[in-house]
Design a protein around this ligand. Structure first.
Ligand code: MFK
Length: 574
């Protein structure tokens, strides 16, 4: 009888995800969680079955550019997988872009972003990165609500936030150009105003993701406007010209080619030529970068949700495999060093969730007018920190997840290499680690947001004042003091030295803040449920991830096994 390895069976991702359930129980009112739980339970089951299969199909059946029709006419169609279209239908039905906005109807109000994150966490890893158009659609709705004139806003936002698959639109974001990816000040696309007052765009966009979207927000420089980023304005470009009902694709919007990417291959990303595309200004024709920054802040939050959900999926699969794969006479999960590795991954995944759901909580409050000034300042700093930290950790964890499968993790038809390829976009898309580190510096120096964040961190630790966490709290507080002292030294330091140190500072800040959140959650679980699982996680994170805490680290196989077993529930009957 030949021997065959058993593949991992992805469990019901809601039932298995104990940290998700616990954090929601702390963050959402009891009635609200009771109302949304059936949807999450259904989604957890679907994510391991129907959606999982659709995603695999969409990854196999990749988009194709069809530049000309059979008769030689330019058509610039992009053929996408039917599975990709079904994944769109699912996200619309789930309300991934509606939940943040129809909050009076649902009653979610300031909690809407936490609910959105729970849905995203379950849907995202089984969506073949449909979460990318979701991110831009949500962010476009936010920008139009904040800046567009009423007619444009009313016409388009209702589409972007629709729960009806037949009516819903998606949006792209056309910002990046050849001249400068991160440096948008060099944007060369020109906006020209005709005699009748309407605007057309002329130029080339170098990265346009989800190119089949119904509309996109685009940066362009009105003719005669000053150079640099101050001269840019923001426009909405629609696939179908709203004046004529004719498609602009293949006419005033030409697709030069699809990008051949490392990952996110089921989603079309294209280079475009805009040759007189009709566009509508988003509010007055000025402050384009300031307006699109509002989009970036939402897409960066989505990026972090994608990282967090992807990390959990990587651990889920590695744990599932460790339960069925035997080596040297034991199941992998019973081998101390393997358990240690999986526990570390599980802790990092929960850390990413805790940090990102905190951002979700604060965005929800900011959008509903309940955030204090201090919370808004904290949020301004947390968005770049969260995006950069979770992006980096997601790549590291995906690599570790593949390794947990040995050679199988390196073989395409296991579906595992996708985890790493799709994770690698996270530290790049919507601002690299260095761009975001400098965004934190911008927010710290221009908007003085760090004192509020340090206060916020201290408040999280204040809520964790229990004996079981005393050593962790002391270490986090000491790291906070070091970070504050570093930041206070910036005004006297050479600018180049400050900038060169920003990545390390941002990562340390993110780790310290995350540790404080995990301690806060752990204290809640101890007090409310007499449950120390989260305390094990918080202590492990502090030991493994905080500067100066390394010497405090020693292997503890029993603790690692507990972190793993109690963080990954097995569905009954399995
Ligand atoms: C998922 C699949 C993806 C497939 C593959 C894709 C591969 C990647 C393709 C890409 O290209 S992704 C896009 C990558 N590019 C970026 O993410 C942009 C990075 N650059 C930045 O983030 C810059 O910081 C930014 C363009 C936002 C601003 O830089 P500038 O041009 O130097 O402007 P400036 O003067 O610092 O800021 C202009 C205004 O915006 C200021 O406000 P005021 O007008 O009131 O003074 C800033 O305060 C405001 N601002 C900037 N960043 C902000 C912000 N406001 C709020 N939040 C922010 N983060």
């Amino acid at each position: 009888m030949p021997f065959f390895q058993s593949p991992p069976v992805l469990p019901d991702t809601w039932v298995s995800d104990v940290p998700l359930q616990e954090h929601l129980e702390r963050l959402l009112p009891v009635d609200m969680l009771a109302g949304v739980r059936p949807q999450l339970a259904e989604l957890g089951r679907l994510a391991a079955t129907t959606l999982h299969d659709l995603a695999a199909e969409a990854e196999r059946d990749q988009p194709r550019h069809i530049p000309f029709d059979a008769w030689g006419r330019r058509s610039d169609q992009i053929a996408v997988s039917p599975a990709w279209e079904e994944l769109h239908t699912w996200q619309v039905r789930l309300g991934l872009c509606a939940v943040p906005y129809d909050t009076e109807a649902t009653g979610y109000k300031e909690h809407a972003r936490v609910v959105q994150m729970a849905l995203h966490h379950l849907y995202g890893p089984s969506s073949a990165t449909y979460t990318c158009p979701v991110a831009m659609t949500d962010a476009a709705a936010r920008v139009l609500l904040d800046h567009a004139d009423v007619p444009l806003r009313d016409r388009v936002v209702a589409r972007l936030t629709s729960r009806d698959p037949d009516a819903a639109w998606t949006s792209g974001q056309w910002m990046t150009e050849r001249e400068g990816g991160s440096d948008v000040s060099r944007t060369a696309t020109i906006a020209r105003q005709g005699a009748n007052g309407s605007w057309t765009l002329h130029g080339t966009k170098w990265f346009t993701s989800a190119t089949t979207a119904n509309c996109a927000l685009a940066l362009a420089r009105p003719e005669g406007a000053e150079s640099g980023s101050r001269g840019l304005a923001l426009f909405l470009v629609e696939r179908i010209d709203p004046r004529t009902g004719e498609s602009q694709i293949g006419d005033t919007i030409r697709i030069n080619r699809l990008k051949d990417k490392l990952g996110t291959k089921s989603m079309p990303t294209a280079e475009l030529t805009l040759d007189g595309a009709f566009a509508t200004p988003v509010g007055p024709v000025e402050h384009g970068v300031r307006k699109i920054s509002g989009m970036l802040n939402i897409t960066r939050f989505h990026n972090a949700m994608g990282a967090s959900g992807g990390m959990r999926r990587g651990v889920e699969l590695a744990v599932a495999y460790s339960r069925v794969r035997e080596a040297t006479g034991s199941r992998l999960i019973d081998l101390p060093l393997h358990t240690e590795t999986l526990a570390a991954m599980s802790v990092d995944a929960e850390a990413a969730f805790a940090l990102t759901v905190r951002v979700a909580h604060l965005i929800g409050r900011a959008e509903h007018g309940t955030a204090t000034d201090a919370e808004q300042q904290s949020l301004r700093a947390l968005i770049p920190v969260t995006k950069l930290l979770t992006g980096k950790d997601a790549v590291a964890l995906a690599s570790e997840a593949l390794e947990a499968f040995g050679g199988a993790g390196y073989i395409e038809d296991t579906g595992l290499p996708l985890l790493l390829r799709n994770a690698q976009v996270l530290p790049i898309w919507e601002g690299t680690t260095n761009v975001l580190s400098l965004d934190l510096l911008r927010a710290a120096t221009r908007n003085a947001v760090l004192p509020a964040l340090f206060e916020d961190l201290a408040a999280r630790l204040g809520d964790a004042d229990v004996v079981a966490l005393a050593e962790s709290v002391r270490l986090v507080a000491a790291e906070r003091d070091r970070l504050m002292s570093d930041a206070q030294g910036w005004h006297a330091a050479d600018t180049a030295v400050v900038q060169a140190g920003m990545r390390q500072f941002a990562i340390r800040l993110g780790r310290a803040y995350t540790a404080a959140l995990l301690c806060e959650h752990a204290a809640y679980r101890l007090a409310k449920h007499d449950d120390d699982r989260a305390a094990l996680v918080a202590r492990r994170y502090v030991r493994s991830r905080l500067a100066g805490a390394a010497e405090w680290s020693r292997p503890d196989p029993a603790e690692s096994a507990a972190i793993l077993m109690r963080g990954h529930a097995q569905p009954q009957g399995s």
